[in-house]
Design a protein around this ligand. Structure first.
Ligand code: ZN
Length: 160
């Protein structure tokens, strides 16, 4: 009986957690493009799961892509540090604290997923994602738009 109760409890917890994970997919191509210039994430997500899909045909060595999330102001410096880190490190400097989340570099037909907590983000900060493969950042980047719950501010602005 005790076992049954605890198993049910676990099941409920798992359901609650799953509901808070928002899944988004972004595609990258052999034309060195992402299919989305912005990724909006709603206020009811506690975690985000981003899946990068490389819809191209070229191998990672020729046209590999990744998805790296940083503050918008960090994009250029993180991309430069990644270029020095080289292909063996997915063009991401190992241990770079400015990287909030990232996938590995993938070739055509491959995909990779990264999951992270929105609690890592500051609602007043601007965030962007980009591809850290050398030379790609100038074209392959977009805004990660995080919309925190606005219930409080809406109530405040409403005439009473
Ligand atoms: Zn790329």
């Amino acid at each position: 009986m005790i076992k049954l109760v605890s198993a049910t409890g676990l099941l409920l917890l798992a359901r609650v957690a799953a509901a808070d994970v928002c899944q988004v997919t972004i595609e990258a191509t052999d034309q060195m493009r992402y299919d989305e210039q912005t990724l909006p994430v709603g206020s009811d997500c506690s975690e985000v799961e981003v899946t990068l899909r490389n819809t191209g045909k070229l191998p990672a060595s020729a046209m590999g892509h990744d998805w790296v999330l940083t503050k918008t102001s960090d994009v250029s410096s993180v991309a430069a540090a990644g270029m020095s880190a080289g292909a063996a490190n997915n063009y991401q400097k190992p241990g770079d604290k400015r990287i909030i989340a990232s996938t590995k570099i993938i070739g055509g037909g491959e995909s990779d997923t990264v999951r992270f907590s929105l609690g890592l983000l500051d609602p007043h900060e601007s965030y962007s994602y980009f591809c850290s493969a050398p030379g790609h950042v100038s074209i392959m980047k977009g805004r990660f738009v995080y919309k925190p719950s606005s219930a409080a501010s809406v109530a405040k602005n409403e005439p009473t």
